[in-house]
Design a protein around this ligand. Structure first.
Ligand SMILES: Cc1cc2nc3c(=O)[nH]c(=O)nc-3n(C[C@H](O)[C@H](O)[C@H](O)COP(=O)(O)O)c2cc1C
Length: 359
């Protein structure tokens, strides 16, 4: 196994990571009332050998988490629980950022404290979701945000980011991928607005960029990362003719904003990734700071991208579920354990903190 780049540090003026292995964000749904369960302390401690951990997607508001048992970072009890996690990871010498999400039209009022779903436009997603009574219910039609209330929701991202920094996170990752609220503004299938937040590339990108600026101004651009999933079909988000141009515009604007990192979420469909080398070359030419990819990579395929200098960091999801000491296993060329999908989102401590380390 060639892991020359992957296992060496990434050191820049504003940050230092001890290797280029990132734990991808995974909502394992082990929170109660938005408060991370105690098992999450152990879970992240076990995985602190990563160069960087990105947490579960974490709601910025009480109606912001799509799924049952999603953690939040909008109240004091949630902050206190996260602080224990952050302190533990730091005590292990690790680094950790929090992924901030508003799920927009994904979810159900029964999950979101009986509040209606919100979205750029009142277009529902034709899928069902697990609700508190144990049944799958169709997602409901979201309420379209009025022009006047948009600043309120941008401020929610900023408040959550400030909360994250207050409890000691090394930064935040703005979740602008996977068909959640920010992605819903970007995509013309979910955004039919006729005001300055819909229509043109600039208008559809406005919400994303205003969130980024609000967060970066509040906590520092060097602590602000973002996850994007261009060319990916998910939750009725579909490909559209101006998709490449939209994402080029977004990347150019994020370059001007000077934020810490771009994180691209790759989906492999029929053997073909949504994030191709050509696209990464395009992004590399536009964005001078840190670039990360996740989605279907192995140590070997990640190493190739690092050696081509197309990206700076590789994030691993499922491998991190079943290999808490992934970095150590790669160093020793040790076998990697298989994950069990049945416990991805359920099962309490089982399938969560009981995957063994080598030692
Ligand atoms: C159990 C599980 C939960 C996930 N939760 C999130 C999430 O909260 N936020 C996110 O952006 N992606 C999430 N993802 C996607 C992962 O970050 C990653 O992109 C995906 O697993 C593909 O990478 P892999 O092939 O290395 O697993 C999740 C994936 C899994 C398996």
């Amino acid at each position: 196994m060639i892991t020359r780049e992957l296992l060496t540090p990434l050191i820049r003026e504003t940050f230092a990571l001890r290797n280029k292995v990132v734990m991808a964000p995974m909502n394992r749904r082990r929170a109660t009332d938005g408060i991370p369960d105690a098992s999450m302390i152990t879970y992240y401690k076990q995985r602190a050998g990563a160069g960087l951990i990105i947490t579960d997607n974490t709601a910025i508001a009480s109606n912001g988490g799509a799924y049952l048992h999603t953690p939040g970072i909008y109240n004091e009890a949630q902050k206190a629980a996260w602080k224990k996690i952050v302190d533990t990871v730091h005590a292990e010498g690790g680094k950790i950022v929090i992924q901030l999400v508003h799920a927009g039209r994904i979810g159900h009022p029964a999950i979101q404290h009986n509040e209606p779903l919100i979205a750029p436009s009142a277009i529902k997603v034709n899928e069902s979701i697990l609700t508190p009574d144990g049944t799958y219910q169709p997602m409901t039609e979201p309420r379209a945000l009025s022009r006047e209330e948009i600043p309120y929701w941008i401020a929610k991202y900023k408040e959550a980011a400030l909360n994250a920094i207050e409890v000691g996170f090394d930064g935040v990752e703005i979740h602008a991928a996977h068909g959640f609220l920010i992605d819903e503004f970007l995509n013309p299938y979910s955004n039919k607005r006729t005001d300055d937040y819909g229509g043109s590339i600039e208008n559809r990108s406005r919400f994303l960029l205003e969130v980024v600026h609000a967060v970066a101004d509040a906590i520092g651009k060097d602590k602000t990362g973002i996850r994007l999933s261009p060319f990916r079909e998910i939750y009725d988000i579909k490909p559209y003719p101006e998709e490449l141009a939209t994402h080029e515009y977004v990347v150019d604007e994020l370059q001007k904003a000077g934020i810490w990192y771009l994180h691209f979420s790759n989906a492999v469909v029929n053997g073909i990734g949504t994030i191709q080398e050509d696209y990464l070359r395009n992004v590399r030419a536009r964005f001078t700071n840190t670039i990360m990819v996740a989605g279907g990579y192995t140590a070997e395929s990640g190493e190739v991208l690092l050696q081509l200098k197309l990206v700076d960091l590789i994030a691993f999801g499922k491998l991190y579920i079943s290999n808490p000491d992934l970095v150590e296993r790669l160093r020793q060329n040790a076998p990697l354990a298989e994950w069990d999908e049945k416990t991805f989102y359920h099962g309490g401590e089982s399938g969560y903190i009981d995957y063994p380390s080598l030692s």
